[in-house]
Design a protein. Structure first.
Length: 256
């Protein structure tokens, strides 16, 4: 079982930098953060964003950078194309596009951003990934979709290796049924029934799709659960660590 690290919300940049370097040194597979720009209270700030991944690409050596997850609604498709391409290059191919259809609507309401219906969000995510996969090859893209229209879109330079696409399913069965047709990896909440459904959908698709799980909080039975989840077909688990991130060392010990 590969273990990814999700660092919980904090305003402490130096703490994040130290934790990222330790996660890299300890041998964790990937590092990610939530993607929220809206703080509900001034004291609830959060170190995150595209610039953070660029900084961590320079500060780490081997660990993958995999957002958990980018909200598709937060960015224009051209911004997603450029930022993901640059991070793939800056990280030496270590960046994975962890992305979801969006479910944290408080920030959109705060900034006056319309929230499409669930069906539209799911269809829009599919179309966005279709465009990005072509953009990452260096192709000039014209695309007439139901929700996305691109006219000779071009993002240069293109990355040498396209990012893997990890779709954050959460617990959405509708998104699961859609994303299994285009994602490289499905990431579901740590619910064993949901893991079984995802594994079945992957097997039925005939595609080479991996399965990962997302854990919101450290749990005392995590070692036992990882063995169970691996038997269910989960290949990677993202565990959330909270400041002061001291449990990273503990997890690294039993991971070896």
């Amino acid at each position: 079982m590969r273990i990814g690290v999700n660092l919980g919300p904090t305003t402490n940049w130096t703490g994040v930098l130290d934790a990222a370097r330790k996660a890299d040194e300890y041998g964790f597979d990937a590092l990610g953060f939530l993607d929220h720009y809206q703080a509900e209270k001034p004291e609830w700030g959060y170190v995150c964003g595209w610039s953070l991944y660029g900084a961590l690409a320079m500060a780490t050596i081997r660990i993958k950078l995999a957002p958990m997850v980018i909200c598709c609604l937060n960015y224009l498709p051209g911004v997603l194309a450029k930022e993901s391409s640059m991070l793939a290059m800056l990280s030496g191919g270590r960046f994975e596009l962890g992305i979801g259809a969006g479910d944290y609507f408080e920030e959109m309401h705060a900034w006056g951003v319309p929230v499409p219906k669930a069906t539209e969000r799911i269809e829009g995510l599919r179309e966005t990934i279709q465009v990005l996969r072509r953009i990452w090859t260096g192709e000039a893209v014209t695309f007439e979709g139901k929700h996305l229209q691109v006219h000779h879109g071009l993002c240069a330079p293109a990355p040498e290796t396209a990012p893997r696409v990890v779709v954050g399913i959460g617990s959405s069965r509708r998104l699961l049924r859609s994303a299994v047709e285009y994602a490289d990896e499905l990431n579901v909440y740590a619910d064993e029934d949901l893991m079984r459904e995802a594994r079945s959908a992957i097997d039925s698709s005939g595609r080479n799709v991996t399965l990962s799980a997302f854990v919101w909080d450290w749990r005392d039975d995590i070692e036992e659960k990882l063995k169970v989840w691996e038997q269910l077909g989960v290949e990677r688990t993202f565990i959330t660590f909270w400041e002061p991130f001291d449990k990273l060392a503990q997890a690294a010990h039993w991971m070896q």
